[in-house]
Write a protein that binds this ligand. Structure first.
Ligand code: AHG
Ligand code: MN
Ligand code: MN
Ligand code: MN
Length: 332
């Protein structure tokens, strides 16, 4: 049995100039995940389900657990002194940490503290997503928005925690994707899936089909393609949609599938946020042999201009994303 802590230390030796700061950062996320996991598990028993009575900058109702997860991770990251600042779905502006150590920290973190909030109250899987970059502002100078507005291919590490039938932490530092399952009896994440790769072929498609009439023609045509009978490509595919990106992606990663949140008549750039939802998931997808696109281009190459920027998102088994892109191109 190998723990996440042991694995991170072991991997640190693969980076010749490692100072241990990234390991400390990942360990802060691990601690935050354990606390969030504990509270999600007892959410029905204490006064922590339901709306918080506030909304975030994107106009979404904040759930109590959205706010709790945000505060927990923020505190865990600030305490280690290895992060200069964070940006979060639940924070209007970026947060610059004020302590002495943080001014000299070389990393910034972007996060979706609780993904799939609408599922909390009904006991369905939710997640946490994180994305880590080197700051671009020289150490000693105050960080600014430009440290956060970097294209996704510059990520140093990214990952998610899924609070599901079991809790798992899945991450990459650019050397494959590794997954750890939480054993609550000993309070430890244990390596359960080393070097996870997408299956070569998939037969699951995940999209909120309730918005079918609002989708671009290319997406409508691709959905119909998924539903057609064809023995060679094992169609019709099966449809699965939880409504929590982390959970939908995690299932498709292990079983083989595609997740799509396209632009719709309501959301001209889709709903998902580029910096703390699409980019980290795209980094994981590519590291697992999959593909992530905005329908036409590689997500990791988009140059962001705003913290809460959105992007259409097509992610999953490489060949499935390529098929969807062909329909987007043909019917654009
Ligand atoms: P969040 O809970 O962090 O705001 O994210 C919700 C996102 C994502 O997790 C999910 O895939 C998507 O919203 C679901 O949107 P629809 O309800 O429009 O399908
Ligand atoms: Mn939200
Ligand atoms: Mn989310
Ligand atoms: Mn969220």
């Amino acid at each position: 049995m190998k723990t996440l802590g042991e694995f991170i230390i072991e991997k640190q030796h693969e980076f010749p100039h490692a100072t241990g700061e990234l390991s400390a950062l990942l360990s802060a996320i691990k601690l935050g995940a354990k606390i969030i996991n504990r509270d999600i598990n007892k959410a029905g028993l204490v006064d922590i389900i339901g709306a918080n009575g506030s909304s975030n900058i994107q106009g979404e109702t904040q759930m109590k657990l959205d706010v709790f997860a945000n505060e927990t991770l923020k505190a865990a990251l600030e305490a280690r002194g290895v992060v200069a600042g964070i940006a979060s779905e639940e924070e209007d502006e970026l947060v610059i940490f004020g302590n002495d150590k943080a001014c000299h920290a070389k990393y910034v973190v972007l996060m979706d503290p609780l993904d799939g909030s609408s599922n909390i109250d009904v006991n369905v899987s939710v997640g946490t997503i994180f994305s880590i970059y080197h700051r671009v502002t020289p150490i000693g100078e105050p960080i600014s928005e430009k440290d956060f507005l970097q294209p996704g291919h510059q990520q140093v590490a990214a990952g998610y925690i899924i609070y599901g039938s079991s809790t798992m932490l899945v991450y990459t530092t650019g050397c494959g994707v590794h997954a750890f399952t939480y054993d609550p009896s000993i309070g430890v994440f244990c390596l359960s899936h080393e070097n996870v790769q997408f299956p070569k072929f998939g037969n699951i498609y995940s999209i909120n089909e309730g918005f079918y009439w609002k989708f671009p023609v290319g997406v409508k045509k691709y959905i119909k393609y998924c539903q057609e009978e064809d023995a060679k490509t094992k169609r019709p595919y099966t449809s699965r949609y939880i409504g929590s990106l982390v959970s939908d992606f995690h299932r498709n990663l292990l079983k083989g599938g595609i997740y799509i949140y396209p632009n719709t008549a309501q959301y001209s750039k889709g709903k998902l946020r580029l910096l703390y939802e699409c980019n980290p998931i795209a980094f994981l997808a590519e590291q697992a042999g999959g593909k992530a696109s905005d329908g036409f281009n590689r997500v990791l190459e988009i140059n962001p201009t705003e913290l809460h920027q959105r992007s259409p998102f097509f992610v999953g088994v490489k060949s499935m994303v390529e098929d969807a892109e062909k329909f987007m191109e043909e019917f654009k």
